[in-house]
Design a protein around this ligand. Structure first.
Ligand code: FAD
Length: 300
């Protein structure tokens, strides 16, 4: 990785580059071993350069938002973890119905802009932590609304080119967006409605209050661990199987919301993987339902 760092420096890469960066520092679960390389390109030019250098050297890479829906294994990630830097944080309003947000802008910064400018339509993301890039990739949302419902266009980097793709070219699913391997989301445009800042603020606060009542907000988690099976709720099944409070090492099934696995302090990535596996087995035994992970696991 030293050689990669040198090539990047020689070619003018000015963003942060670190070796053996612990992923626990960058993920809401607060677990995960080191990345071989951790790089933060400042803009699209640097991102393009970075990907080019990594691919020429045969180094695998992945993109990280705020790490609120991922788990890196104890062994970490042998390749390069890329986090988009400040050049991807802009939030603009083109006219009063389109909001454009860089992939690294946080959902809370986007909502603050919505309140200030009187733009309604994204209130449902209040309390969903992370970035716009992560929210689009995960088609983040609630039981009623998701990102797919408000997105108009996506700016992506694919095959060394930054381009806009229209809504009709995207395939969104429940908590998923199909992206060709190697595609990085750079930003998104959302169709919004106008409303008064007071009304939007009230909706945002209401949404946050609901989460405060139903989710273990103060704990370290990755949100819902499992995807809801067709017509049911993973949390309900885990609860009915009597698994609330079940622990492996420092990882525990939350007492507040059974689909949240939380770090009670000192948990290791392997504790979460074992706990998730035990939960899946117990739910399958009790109800014959095989739960699938919503959390993206990086085990390389
Ligand atoms: C307390 C809590 C509550 C939550 N509640 C909800 C909820 O109600 N609804 C919900 O949907 N989710 C929820 N989540 C999960 C999580 O917050 C969302 O999935 C969020 O959108 C992930 O954003 P992120 O930036 O953290 O992405 P990350 O976790 O960093 O990444 C998630 C995936 O997206 C990929 N990715 C990230 N950025 C890019 C990019 N620019 N280009 C391409 N791929 C990218 C990553 O490689 C990874 O595969 C919750 C999480 C927590 C901790």
């Amino acid at each position: 990785m030293k050689e990669i760092r040198k090539i990047l420096a020689d070619r003018g890469f000015s963003g942060k580059v670190a070796e053996h960066e612990p992923m626990a520092r960058h993920c809401s679960l607060k677990v995960g071993g080191p990345a071989g390389l951790f790089a933060v390109p400042r803009d699209t030019g640097e991102l393009n350069l970075l990907v080019d250098v990594l691919e020429s050297a045969g180094v695998s890479w992945c993109v990280l938002g705020r790490g609120t829906n991922v788990l890196f294994a104890n062994g970490g990630f042998a390749g390069c973890v890329i986090r988009l830097g400040e050049g991807f944080e802009d939030i603009d309003v083109d006219d009063q119905s389109i909001l454009e947000a860089g992939a690294a802008s946080t959902t809370s910064a986007v909502l603050a802009k919505c309140v200030r400018t009187g733009l309604s339509g994204l209130e449902f993301i209040a309390g969903i932590p992370g970035t716009i890039g992560g929210a689009v990739r995960m088609n983040a949302g609630t039981g009623k609304e998701d990102i797919a419902g408000v997105i108009v266009e996506l700016m992506v980097l694919a095959d060394g080119r930054a381009l806009w793709i229209g809504r009709d070219e995207m395939e969104f699913f429940y908590r998923d967006l199909t992206l060709r391997t190697g595609t990085i989301i750079l930003g998104a445009r959302f169709r919004m409605d106008e409303d008064t800042p007071e009304v939007i603020r009230t909706r945002v606060n209401e949404q946050r209050k609901i989460r405060g009542r139903t989710q273990p907000m103060g704990e370290s988690s990755a949100g819902c661990w499992f995807r809801n099976p067709e017509g049911d709720s993973a949390g309900r099944l885990i609860d009915r199987a009597g698994l609330k409070g079940m622990m492996v090492g420092g990882a525990m099934v939350s007492q507040v919301h059974a689909n949240f696995l939380i770090n009670t302090g000192g948990a290791k990535a392997r504790d979460f993987l074992r706990l998730a596996s035990d939960v899946r087995e117990a739910v399958n035994e009790a109800f014959g339902v095989i739960l699938e992970e919503e959390v993206h696991v990086f085990e390389e």
